[in-house]
Design a protein around this ligand. Structure first.
Ligand code: ZN
Length: 302
C-alpha cells in the first residue's frame, strides 16, 4: 500500500484481530531445493490479471526522507492492482492476492475513503466479475494484508480459505488506528486465516521457504519488511518460472534502482534485506520472470 496522507485527528476503533490457525498446506523447505525445482517441467498455469489502476506521487512509493532518493525527480507513478491465478492439474485453482470489490469502499472509515479518493483508483474489473468467467479458487494466497491486496476477498465466497504470512494479522500501526483496518472489513465472514509456517531457510538465502503442494510447483517465500508477514510466491509454470514478490518490491524504482520504501524505522532493515535477497535470487536465475507489486517490469507489457 502506498503511504496515505491523513489529516490528524479522528477517533479510533481497534477491531478484534481476525483469528488465525497454522497452515494445513505446505512444508518448510530450503533455497537449494527450490533452485533444483526450477529445471523441472512446469505443470501449473499462471496468469496475471489487472483489476485496477491508480496514480500517486512518487513519495508514496519511495522514501523522500532518505538521501538515496534525492536524485529521483518529482513526479507521479502509475500503479496497478494485480492478482494472479494459478491452476494446478491435481490441486485446482488458487488466487494470489484478491483483486478489488465494489463493496469495500462504502464500508471504509471516512478518512480512509478520503485517502482512496486522492489515489483516483480506476477499477477495470472487479473480483465478482472475474469470478463469473471461471472456476472459483479453492483458496487465496495473500502477499500481505494491505487494502489494495485484500479488497477482492469481499467478492470471494466466505468458505474460501485464505493464507497469509505470519505477523500481518497483528500489525497495528498508528495509521490503522486512524483509518481503521481495511483487512478486518475484507475478512469479515471469512474463517480463520491460515498462517504459513515458515522456519528459517537453512541456506540463508531467504527468511523462510515453503513447498506449498509438496511437488515443487508452487513455493511461498517469507519476505518481511513492507509488512511483517509479507510473502512472495514462486510458480514453476508451464511457460517458465514466475516470481510474484508482492510489495516487498512494488515499483521499478524499487527494483531497478533499489530505492527504499517509506516505512516505519523499525521495518526498514528487514524491507531492504528482503529486497536485496530477491534481487540476488533474480540475478542468479535470470530465467525467472519477476512480477513487482504494482508495476510491470520494463521488459513486460500489461
Ligand atoms: Zn502494501
Amino acid at each position: 500500500m502506498p503511504v496515505l496522507l491523513l489529516a490528524p485527528g479522528g477517533c479510533a476503533t481497534v477491531a478484534a484481530v481476525h483469528p488465525v490457525v497454522a497452515s494445513d498446506l505446505g512444508a518448510p523447505s530450503r533455497t537449494s531445493t527450490l533452485e533444483a525445482s526450477l529445471s523441472q517441467r512446469g505443470v501449473v498455469t499462471f496468469e496475471r490479471i489487472v483489476f485496477a489502476r491508480w496514480t500517486a506521487g512518487r513519495g508514496a512509493f519511495i522514501d523522500r526522507n532518505d538521501s538515496r532518493t534525492a536524485g529521483v525527480p518529482k513526479g507521479m507513478e502509475e500503479a496497478v492492482i494485480y492478482a494472479y491465478v494459478i491452476d494446478h492439474p491435481r490441486f485446482g485453482r488458487y488466487l494470489i492476492d484478491s483483486g478489488v470489490s465494489q463493496d469495500l469502499e462504502p464500508r471504509l472509515n471516512p478518512l480512509m475513503r478520503r485517502a482512496l479518493h486522492d489515489l483516483n483508483i480506476r477499477i477495470e474489473r472487479t473480483t465478482a466479475e472475474w469470478l463469473q468467467g471461471g472456476a472459483t479458487p479453492r483458496a487465496v494466497f495473500l502477499t500481505h494484508l494491505h487494502f489494495d491486496h485484500v479488497g477482492g476477498l469481499l467478492d470471494v465466497p466466505d468458505d474460501t480459505s485464505v493464507y497469509v504470512g505470519r505477523g500481518d494479522v497483528e500489525e497495528r500501526s498508528w495509521t490503522y488506528r486512524l483509518i481503521g483496518r481495511p483487512a478486518d472489513i475484507a475478512l469479515d465472514g471469512k474463517g480463520p486465516l491460515h498462517e504459513w509456517a515458515f522456519t528459517p531457510d537453512p541456506d540463508g538465502a531467504f527468511a523462510g521457504i515453503i513447498d506449498v503442494f509438496g511437488d515443487g510447483s508452487v513455493w511461498a517465500l517469507s519476505l518481511p519488511g513492507h509488512s511483517p508477514g509479507s510473502t512472495g510466491y514462486l510458480i514453476n509454470a508451464v511457460d517458465g518460472p514466475k516470481l510474484v514478490v508482492g510489495d516487498a518490491v512494488s515499483t521499478r524504482l524499487g527494483w531497478e534502482q533499489a530505492m527504499p520504501q517509506p516505512l516505519p524505522a523499525s521495518a526498514r532493515a528487514d524491507a531492504e534485506a528482503s529486497a536485496d535477497r530477491l534481487r540476488r535470487f533474480s540475478a542468479a536465475h535470470p530465467q525467472v520472470e519477476v512480477f513487482l507489486g504494482h508495476q510491470s517490469r520494463t521488459d513486460q507489457t500489461d
